[in-house]
Design a protein around this ligand. Structure first.
Ligand SMILES: Cc1cc2nc3c(=O)[nH]c(=O)nc-3n(C[C@H](O)[C@H](O)[C@H](O)COP(=O)(O)OP(=O)(O)OC[C@H]3O[C@@H](n4cnc5c(N)ncnc54)[C@H](O)[C@@H]3O)c2cc1C
Length: 390
């Protein structure tokens, strides 16, 4: 494992850090979700004008052709600066790279520029009420009628569906073929007649994702990515990008949270003593510190392996399992440190500032999206430990 960054990479870090310092919005992200989304859109436009969106995309498609290490630096610096997330996060992370790999020239020309500048927002219509972990069992049907598909069915957990202009949609086009072989990957205009988007309110009080219903929605045949019934292969590309390098940003964010917790323990008294004097809590915070550093080293090990030309392997599952379970544990520790105050939501006038309640509730999501913890354990068991299939 190589822990050093080259002088050229350090220069890249300084350049991006300076750009962020000069351009970060001075106003806080608004509390209202719609206003927050508009704010993220403005921020993405600014990143775009500076050449800092989709840096891992090839230059020919508006990216920087950034190396793996530059992507790692980008992730670390955005988290360190607490930069807002760009509005079109799914477009940048998964849709653009999938289209670059598998789209037709016409599709690339039509869609790619508007992903980068946030003119068109994208969502991902993969999961269904009965198809999540077992995604290939999906039931949303598409039947070819002349030059158009007619789509009927339901998707669920569609993040950003309420803002999206376009959707990458997995549909069943052959009901007789084995389940992985009868799926097609479509690009669907979310403003088409027959689409209904219903928000799902979460335990956090926000509604980031939706149920999406398709009722005789017509989609031009030219909006197929790859070939008809070849959608599973394309979807696998999308999912590979979804489990990309962003864990480095997560590591910085988790570390920032731990630093805030340590600070809180130093200055908060309970039963006449500072929390930081409690030996049990001290042990827990020390363990947290070690686990957060281990996360970074594991991520660097994965990057080093790829820099040596080895393909990404099942360690992506180990990383995902590790950080999502670590975050959940750490957030629970944060709640226990606040004692009875942990019961107050952040908008209560008596709540301890810092929004820990929100991040505690949200940490559940990390163990579900992009493959649940149980699914990651299955992958690690089968592909790393060589255990028999469950
Ligand atoms: C924050 C968030 C955002 C999301 N955004 C999107 C989105 O934009 N678009 C989209 O399409 N989807 C999205 N999803 C959905 C996500 O991909 C699914 O929730 C996930 O794949 C799990 O599927 P499921 O919810 O149907 O659970 P299920 O697959 O029904 O699983 C239920 C439980 O059974 C366990 N389980 C299932 N199979 C096995 C097995 N073989 N072995 C052991 N245990 C098993 C699971 O671990 C889980 O605990 C999002 C989810 C979250 C939490």
């Amino acid at each position: 494992m190589d822990l050093r960054f080259s002088p050229a990479d350090e220069q890249y870090r300084l350049k991006f850090r300076a750009w962020l310092e000069a351009n970060l919005p001075s106003a806080e992200v608004p509390a209202d979700p719609d206003a927050a989304f508009a704010y993220q859109r403005v921020w993405q436009r600014k990143l775009y004008d500076g050449g800092w969106v989709g840096i891992h995309w090839p230059k020919a498609y508006g990216g920087q052709g950034a190396t793996l290490v530059q992507q790692a630096i980008y992730a670390q610096e955005t988290a360190r600066a607490n930069a807002p997330q760009p509005a079109n996060i799914l477009g940048i992370m998964i849709v653009g790279p999938t289209l670059i790999a598998h789209g037709t020239e016409a599709q690339k020309k039509r869609f790619i520029p508007k992903i980068l500048n946030a003119d068109e927002i994208w969502c991902q219509g993969f999961s269904e009420p009965n198809s999540g972990s077992d995604l290939a069992s999906l039931q949303t049907r598409a039947v070819l009628d002349g030059d158009e598909f007619v789509v009927n069915g339901q998707k669920i957990w569609t993040s950003l569906g309420q803002y999206a202009d376009w959707c990458i949609l997995l549909v069943r086009t052959d009901t007789d073929a084995p389940k992985h072989r009868g799926i097609t990957y479509l690009l669907v205009d979310m403003h088409s007649p027959g689409i209904t988007v219903r928000p799902l309110k979460q335990i956090t009080g926000h509604a980031e994702f939706n149920e999406t219903f398709f009722d005789n929605v017509r989609v031009p045949r030219e909006n197929v990515v790859g070939d008809i019934n070849e959608g599973w292969r394309i979807a696998m590309t999308t999912l590979t990008y979804e489990r990309g390098i962003s864990s480095l940003a997560t590591q910085v964010r988790i570390k920032q949270h731990l630093t805030a917790m340590i600070e809180y323990a130093r200055k908060t008294r309970s039963n006449g003593k500072f929390l930081a004097q409690d030996p049990v809590l001290r042990q827990a915070l020390a363990e947290a510190y070690i686990r957060v550093e281990m996360m970074l080293l594991n991520l660097y090990r994965g990057i080093t392996k790829r820099l040596r030309g080895q393909p990404p392997g099942p360690e992506a599952s180990l990383d995902k399992l590790y950080w999502s379970e670590l975050d959940k544990w750490l957030q629970e520790l944060g709640m226990s440190m606040q004692g009875p105050f942990s019961q107050l939501m952040h908008d209560s006038p008596h709540a301890i500032p810092g929004d820990w309640q929100y991040s505690f509730l949200w940490s559940r999501a990390g163990t579900i999206y992009s493959g649940t913890s149980e699914i990651q354990k299955n992958i690690v068991g089968e592909r790393v430990l060589g255990l028999p299939k469950g």
